[in-house]
Design a protein around this ligand. Structure first.
Ligand code: ADP
Length: 454
């Protein structure tokens, strides 16, 4: 992977004294980096082989609670260990932290040293391998949208998450004047990530006050997910260094535009764009048509992996550029799937369903699996939608709530086949738990609405 350090290069930097800290990180179900900060000498001498973590890390929620109901780990089994095995192809500098490098780890069973089946990185690797067997590589790009706030994370938390002030006072879509004012966060972000080996394309203001987008050049699926995860982490850390907060919550205010994470996808064979056929309608090959047919048909079943929290569903609303229908369209931002680069080698499909809170490994896993299914079954692609897709009354809806998405996930024989029963049951439990936690809460809205008048 370009920009990464070889293990030998790391050893040299440690010997010279320019690196003293190695972050060994796994990616959890929420797409966060979790792990340990190693003294670099210890890492290059011994811990590069493996380290360990409590196995609750792949069965917890955002609060680090230990919900009941996961077969993989529990109080009954004593919350044992997983092996974290550094993937030495992913060592890279962390230029925004002094003397620090990072390595991503694969999560293995403590006894068998086999990949843990519900580990997000293992799940994506499995689908990439299936695609490779068919002779293809997936090239993907995930867009990152988020909000920057005037206040720091600490100030916002101490203030009870009230009176949030976005960093700008007006819609900053493509706005150079406003985004200049945010360069104390965005310029180090672009440059540090670039120096860490991420092929940063650009950042731009998005269509709401304080909203930003970061674009990373498309790359092989696993690299794309690694880039997304590191970049999301960097956004938060660099914003924090500058005294600001950054949020990837899809909908932080009911009257504000939500944040998404669109996923651009294409398949390649021997370095050539396999989605392109100069003779095909709109430049699409049959392969692309089958892939898209699978992607669209199974969208309701895999929506949970694109929208994993209660809040994720607050983004899906008519007339907001967040889709509600599983249809495709040509360069039209109202449909769940948008054909981009029609008639060119860059022809690709953009899935617009995912929120900024998606886990990129899980999102790509399920979309690749759906695309592969479309290819294997030679599924037929329906004609594109024209005009405003929100009004497509015959089209299938994207599940509108976490509860509905949990049920389509639970009932999906397709996902059970391709991911495994245990994996689907694991994530169904995570989804249920999220809903249960929400249902226990009495919200400000209920109190204000009913306190006097009910
Ligand atoms: P827009 O901003 O209009 O959505 P861009 O041209 O900026 O479109 O591209 C969006 C993303 O698509 C970028 O991250 C880019 O790297 C990615 N991309 C371009 N070509 C391909 C491709 N063939 N396959 C997958 N992603 C691609």
């Amino acid at each position: 992977m370009p920009g990464t350090l070889t293990f030998d290069a790391l050893k040299k930097l440690v010997k010279e004294g320019s690196v003293d800290t190695v972050l060994a990180c796994l990616v959890d179900m929420q797409g966060r980096l979790m792990g340990k900060r190693f003294h670099a000498v210890n890492f290059v001498e011994t811990s590069y082989k493996e380290t360990h973590c409590c196995n609750y890390l792949l069965a917890t929620d955002l609060e680090m609670a230990t919900p009941e109901g996961f077969a993989s780990t529990s109080w009954e089994t004593g919350y044992g260990d997983y092996v974290m095995q550094p993937d030495l192809d992913t060592i890279r500098p962390v230029p925004w932290l002094e003397g620090t490098v990072m390595v991503l780890c694969d999560v293995l069973d403590h006894d068998t040293h086999q990949p843990v089946p519900h580990s997000p990185r293992a799940m994506l690797k499995k689908q990439i391998a299936r695609l490779k067997e068919l002779g293809f590589d997936a090239m993907m790009a995930t867009e990152l949208e988020f909000f920057l706030f005037e206040q720091s994370f600490d100030a916002i938390r101490k203030g009870g998450y009230r009176d949030l002030t976005p960093i700008s006072g007006y819609n900053e879509d493509y706005n150079i004047l406003q985004t200049t004012k945010e360069e104390n966060v965005m310029r180090p972000l672009r440059n540090h990530l670039f120096a860490a080996g991420l092929p940063i394309e650009n950042s731009k203001g998005e269509a709401e006050a304080g909203q930003e987008e970061l674009n990373i050049r498309y790359s092989k699926a696993l690299d794309c997910a690694d880039y997304h995860t590191i970049a999301k982490h960097a956004v938060k850390e660099i914003a924090w260094q500058q005294g600001h907060a950054a949020s990837f919550l899809p909908k932080w205010h009911k009257d504000r535009v939500g944040s998404s994470s669109h996923v651009h996808q294409s398949l390649w064979k021997d370095g050539e764009a396999a989605f392109f056929d100069s003779e095909g309608e709109l430049g699409m090959s049959d392969l692309m048509r089958h892939y898209m047919a699978g992607l669209i048909a199974y969208a309701p079943e895999y929506t949970y992996f694109l929208a994993p929290y209660v809040n994720s569903y607050k983004r899906f609303a008519k007339g907001t550029f967040a889709p509600t229908k599983t249809v495709w369209s040509v360069d039209n931002r109202t449909a769940g799937f948008r054909l981009c680069g029609a008639g060119t080698k860059g022809v690709r499909v953009e899935c617009r369903i995912g929120g900024s809170d998606l886990n990129p490994y899980l999102a790509q896993t399920v979309m690749l699996a759906a695309g592969i299914k479309g290819i294997e079954d030679k599924m037929e692609l329906a004609p594109p939608t024209r005009g405003d897709a929100y009004g497509e009354s015959d089209a299938v809806d994207i599940p509108q709530t976490l509860r509905a998405a949990t049920e389509t996930l639970r009932g999906s024989t397709f996902l059970r086949e391709v991911l495994g029963d245990d994996v689907v049951t694991h994530y169904t439990r995570a989804a249920e738990w999220e809903q249960e936690e929400y249902d226990r809460v009495v919200t400000d809205w209920e109190i204000a609405r009913g306190f006097e008048r009910a």
